[in-house]
Design a protein. Structure first.
Lengths: 423, 423
């Protein structure tokens, strides 16, 4: 007996209704929700103020409170994103792989919703609307488990979601929020395989690990990105520097940020010095393996203070901060060998003018996203043209990298015969 | 520390080589293997004889021994299946979803192998070759855990697999067999998520449950099929009877066999009597709910002895034997409601002349395979035109129903820029 059996049963029942909902109806719910985020903003912001005050009283860090906080501009941004999702093509209903078989049956596959998705996330109320919208758009049902710090905000947001679902004639149970703060409820959720088709953890590596360890429901894990760029001898150095900088400093706290720069030995001295010169201005510090240190040579004091020898774990660390590993490699083989050993198969790239080397890299490095002459920061649903993303997968089953609307679907086999039997 | 870390690391290294292997090379390995099953048959059959003798000495049932036994004809059949797999189209390498984005990057997805598959199965040596062949064909790596009763047979078969891999210039570690009989090794295998991308249990429901409960590696579970046919009032009864019979009796021990027949009340009396008359000749016994019993009326003694009242669990039981549940329903809605409550979402069908009703059923019943006027027995990789199958999934993530070669692949994102940065 699972304490969430009733939640699950209601979700499954709603999933059956959602599967039958027309695209217009699903889109209507999103339009209504976008409008309600405006008309109900006073209520939502008041609830959010209470959450913020409580978090402050508990001594939460400012960065935490910043993620928790909503204001009129942020609500308007969330509403705009809703309309973007509403406008994306309907991923459901297409029939494909049609064939008629020798037995006489006609077979096809038809795109259907994944079903019931459970999403576990932290204290970011925007994720509540984000997931609700993606679920409604794709005919799925969402069971939401947000951080307990956002309970009041989430309740106010859910009230708007219910109103939008009501208005569109869709079941309220299509979006359910677990409000009981008991943490052991997450364990129950992870074991609700009779009713839940997929658990998506949205949060740090620790949450992903916890889900993988404890779930009997299928999980899509992501989390760690130890990302590499390999600067080949043939690369245009002055064109490469902005790419390296973009990958490292544009948003260092995220999983697609650069962690290690590999540099071909023939250009190591010049390239490494240029990288250190440029990125030092952004506050980056460096961990250099011995050949990189050697190639850098004698540095002015202010730069020398920024470069430390790489420790034994440094190339297996996701920095999530303004730290960059530096390593000299003898050629493409050595670069790929390093990546195979240390990458988490998230995002890895090559900077080169040599098309043959580039294609070798792209075909041999088996990461979720592989790059030629581009920043690793593009590993993101919107940047890769998906319009939205529900998660970024670093596992290989079902979906890799950013998961958009089509990745929130599955298919069923539809077989039509004329009273046909198997021989 | 996991005892299988070394096995896993070798598998991962082999996976990198397999990803780069040309289709010709993979096909060459299968042709060599097919030939070796002939030239090495004496050795293989001698090893299998030892397994059979040991199983007999342990008092195994004849049905068990039959699954374990190889002979020259069965080896030839396995070799023929190998050549069929060899001839299927290469599922790897296609690029799709190509687009150029406003940022200037060119994005595409490319089909790549899933990676390292662990397959846990019972005492069926044919599965060893089956999985090895499917893995090699699709550029994947397989870690095999067969039943301990088949250890000698599997070793002899693996010797042939190694020889075929050697001959084709592919790594031996592409197919590894866990021969340590220690059962706790399965637990280690299920937790080898650093190296294994997917666990496929091939066996009964108990094995699937065990894997779901204990794995940290993604698992594709299958197992239970509680399958339904709904006989509508408009169906051609004489054409429907052979379909019902085929679904129930052709191979009652498998998951796509029929478990429950639902009959529209308007034709219940005539249809149920015809079904009982016909299937009784095959040795079928029946579990009838009260309306079905009523509709059947007074039966001759020999038939009456075959019909028992349905117990409370009967419609939630996968019979795997010559038992059939019978129920009268008032209309399509009632049939769908019964299926939603009792089906395991494996294979469910409607028998009807009414196209509108049929399409309603096909769209609303969300099982892995839904049928109109055909036997549920078609839920099978070969029958649905996949050429081969590695498993039948009853979960919704990644693949539903029979998994063929394309379902043994995933994709990576390939991004090409011109020193492009994210704005």
């Amino acid at each position: 007996m699972n304490r969430l059996d009733e939640v699950g049963a209601r979700a499954r029942a709603a999933a059956r209704q959602m599967t039958r909902a027309a695209h217009d109806q699903r889109v209507d719910a999103l339009h209504r929700l976008a409008e309600l985020l405006d008309t109900e903003s006073a209520k939502i912001l008041a609830a959010n103020d209470d959450d913020v005050a409580a978090a402050r009283a508990e001594g939460r860090a400012e960065s935490w409170i910043d993620r928790l906080r909503l204001d009129r501009a942020r609500l308007a941004g969330i509403a705009r994103d809703l309309l973007t999702v509403a406008d994306l093509p309907d991923p459901l209903g297409q029939a494909y792989d049609q064939r008629r078989l020798p037995s006489g049956i006609a077979v096809e596959r038809v795109r259907v919703p994944l079903g019931v998705l459970a999403v576990i996330y932290e204290s970011r109320p925007n994720v509540t609307i984000d997931i609700a919208a993606l679920a409604i758009k794709t005919g799925n049902v969402a069971i939401l488990r947000g951080g307990s710090d956002t309970l009041r905000s989430n309740r106010a947001l859910l009230a708007a979601v219910y109103q939008a679902l009501d208005g569109a004639g869709l079941p309220r149970d299509a979006v359910q929020l677990l409000i009981d703060p008991d943490r052991s409820l997450v364990n129950d959720l992870l074991r609700l395989h009779e009713y839940v088709d997929l658990v998506i953890p949205r949060g740090g590596n620790e949450l992903h690990r916890f889900c993988r360890e404890n779930a009997t429901v299928p999980v899509i894990t992501g989390g760690i990105g130890i990302c590499h760029l390999y600067l080949d001898a043939s690369a245009d150095l002055s064109a490469s520097l902005p790419v390296i900088r973009n990958a490292k400093v544009q948003r260092p706290s995220v999983c697609n940020a650069l962690d290690t720069l590999l540099v071909h030995e023939r250009v190591a001295a010049r390239a490494l010095r240029a990288v250190v010169d440029l990125l030092a201005q952004d506050g980056v510090t460096f961990r250099a393996e011995p050949h990189a240190t050697l190639a850098l040579g004698a540095l002015p004091n202010d730069l020398a203070a920024r470069v430390a020898p790489a420790g034994p774990q440094d190339f297996d660390t996701e920095w999530l901060s303004l730290v960059l590993g530096l390593k000299v490699v003898s050629d493409l083989e050595a670069a790929i060998a390093h990546i195979e050993q240390h990458s988490t198969a998230h995002s890895d790239g090559i900077l080169t003018e040599d098309r043959v080397l580039a294609e070798q890299f792209l075909s041999r490095v088996d990461s979720a996203a592989v790059y030629w002459n581009a920043s690793t920061r593009f590993t993101d649903g919107a940047q890769l043209g998906l319009g939205a993303e529900v998660a970024v997968s670093t596992q290989r089953l079902h979906a890799r990298g950013p998961m958009g609307l089509p990745e929130m679907t599955t298919y069923k086999w539809v077989i039509r015969g004329s009273y046909t039997t198997r021989a």
